[in-house]
Design a protein around this ligand. Structure first.
Ligand SMILES: [Zn+2]
Length: 89
């Protein structure tokens, strides 16, 4: 997998998407399969359940959300949201 590819599926066909330029505060993606263009919304990107489970375990163990966000390639805001979920039970 090249560095330009991200693990984000096309919302239309779930094919592999590549980065296709950025706009202020956002990342445009283009599907390699069907050519559909869409905004990569890191805040709402859905992670696999097992990844979320690992993230929450690490947060519960006291790993900083900043480190989690870098390791899991999510926004720090998303990592903090998971942290809140852990804290709130
Ligand atoms: Zn597609």
């Amino acid at each position: 997998m090249s560095s330009e590819e991200v693990r984000m599926g096309c919302p239309e066909c779930h094919g592999a998407a590549v980065k296709n330029g950025t706009i202020r505060g956002g990342q445009f993606m283009r599907c390699k399969e069907c050519g559909h263009q869409f905004m990569a919304d890191l805040e709402r990107r859905r992670l696999p359940d097992e990844i979320v489970s690992i993230i929450k375990k690490l947060l519960a163990l006291g790993v900083a959300p900043e480190l989690i966000s870098k390791a899991a390639n999510i926004s720090s805001r998303q990592a903090y949201n998971y942290k809140k979920q852990v804290v709130n039970g």
